[in-house]
Design a protein around this ligand. Structure first.
Ligand code: ZN
Length: 152
């Protein structure tokens, strides 16, 4: 993809951004490091140059705290911010289910109840741009790996 193609695609993506996605991009939630994370995992999407590092604090069966750092396109960073807000304070089992539902939605799964995903459903428009789906799912796969690393 040339730079020009890339810019055109970004402009097209802008059209489908809903306020919620832009809001997370401009005002990221849970961005930064945790004081003493139980596990940290770095995820990379070389297709787009996105990086997301997820840190988790697991307390019993609960995802007590989560933070992320990273750089890359607006979809990858907004998705990371929306994810942290969606899973913080949930049980590890609920977080795993959200990871599974979200990635299924991004693959075009028809059997996902959109209500179960809340605001995250706003990212479903990215499916129109298959090459960018990995941008949206990067943080989620990274969280999955971080939970594995935490033994959760
Ligand atoms: Zn990207």
């Amino acid at each position: 993809m040339t730079q020009e193609d890339y810019r055109r695609q970004e402009a097209e993506l802008d059209d489908l951004y809903r306020d919620i996605i832009l809001d997370h991009y401009r005002h990221p939630r849970h961005r930064g490091h945790l004081e003493s994370p139980d596990a940290t995992h770095e995820g990379l999407n070389p297709l787009c140059g996105d990086e997301v590092t997820v840190e988790v604090k697991v307390n019993g069966m609960k995802l007590a705290d989560i933070g992320y750092t990273g750089s890359g396109c607006s979809i990858s960073q907004s998705s990371a911010s929306m994810m942290t807000e969606a899973v913080e304070g949930k049980s590890v089992a609920e977080a795993r289910r959200l990871i599974s539902d979200f990635t299924a939605m991004m693959r075009g799964g028809e059997d996902i109840d959109p209500d179960s995903l809340g605001d995250l459903e706003a990212l479903s428009g990215v499916r129109q741009f298959p090459v960018r789906i990995k941008c949206a799912t990067l943080a989620w796969h990274t969280l999955d790996e971080a939970l594995n690393a935490a033994g959760a």
